[in-house]
Design a protein around this ligand. Sequence first.
Ligand SMILES: *Cc1c(COP(=O)(O)O)cnc(C)c1O
Length: 509
Amino acid sequence: MSHSQALSATHHHETPSTCHAETFTGNKGLRLEEALIFEQNTPGLTGVDWSDEKVNDTYLGGVRRKTIDLPGLSEPQVIRHYTRLSQKNYSIDAGLYPLGSCTMKHNPRLNEKVARMFSDIHPLQPTSTVQGAFGVIDELARWLKTLTGMPAVAMTPAAGAHGELCGIMTIKAAHEAKSEGHRTIVLVPESAHGTNPATAALCGYSVQSIPANNRGRVDVAALKAALNSNVAAIMLTNPNTCGLFENDIIEIAKAVHEVGAFFYCDGANFNAIVGKVRPGDLGIDCMHINLHKTFSTPHGGGGPGAGPVVLSEALAPFMPLPYVVTTNTGYEIKEHPTTGLNIGRLKGFHGQMGMFTRALSYMMSHGKDGLKQVAEDAVLNANYIQACLKNDMTAAFEPPCMHEALFDDNFLKGTGVTTLDFAKALIDEGYHPMTMYFPLVVSGALLIEPTECESKETLDQFIGALKYLAGQAKQGNTDFFHEAPRHTPRRRLDETKAARQPVLRWRKS
Ligand SMILES: *Cc1c(COP(=O)(O)O)cnc(C)c1O
């Protein structure tokens, strides 16, 4: 069976016009088709010489397997298979990755070099042999506390969502310690990332949604009306997911504290304000920082990440174990509670060491002034995109924006082209699409975050592509959009079927 036959067997929902009938192999130029490794199986073929050792079955109680059905391939076949797969993965190293809310930025190679210095140690090594690693954790913690203006930080959470869990568990423990466990409500603005209400619900809270005003910010009157002695916390993102600074944040913090609730800030967008604004000065109690968004480090597809949580004086006693402490003789790990207040463990060991070293490397190589410039350039780049497109696409809210430019689908009204079509056409132009249909408060949202890393030349080409596509849409060129993407190995897949009936396992036919 040739590769293309094998592939058509596994992708039957594809339209027949899609491409690979054109060549004998299914390859297109130097872009190669790739069958599943199981479909490339030649039984018995191997790149290794096995010795004929006899296993004594009696030791195994007769449960020895005769075969584990690994596919048979030569070493070059295996290497080519995985190399080709890796090349199918669009990445920040391959091109602009304008996903809003996810902050996909360049990862300096220096970070990788530094991270590898710590790749050989084990978390169960005697602490005297890993003082350097604890030093890195401690130094990173110091930077995070300084940049946020907060007195304490929990380093172990492994992602933003995990940091949210840490923060809300800490808040819950603090309320319970004051015998205020009756507080059952967490307020979450409409534009919030889905992880916010999910976290509150997981911790047993009921979520009450707070509407946005027509400026894309929290409606402060509606928020104040919702505040009462049953509210445990508010979870607010700043800058918010519409790419806007919450101008009333200090007033919000005061109102939240007046009813005895805590202020959780979702700090995933810290990139936009790092070095410029200290969240602690705004009155927050708790904030997770996505190291993998603000301080580089590669991420996507579910990991890896790190989500340290900075905590106020009131919440610090509840932070999770273990954590690094300084003693007269060096660093130690605090593994057991002394006060009985800590929420316990959130992770097996001390946190994501690889992410810690990358983040610290990024911070130290930028320095204080460089980190401030990160925020300034990120905001400048987003505003440049928004300004250049003001006659082509429709900004969801009045400019200026912070680090991401949010457009709605008004510019597509009456054209027969949807946000989805528009994004698919962008793939033909060689770009990973922006975030689409999020935040939910904006119709057909297109959320673009260029970050500080993109050059003016890159931005101009991207803007050129968006102008061209907006022009095609306005001319009513619907076929152009409905056929997109035309230049990808696969075209429009049946996403609903893929989600409802995913084929996750290869089976022998
Ligand atoms: C990315 C993000 C999160 C979740 O962070 P993960 O590291 O993906 O778990 C939460 N809130 C906002 C606003 C985000 O952008």
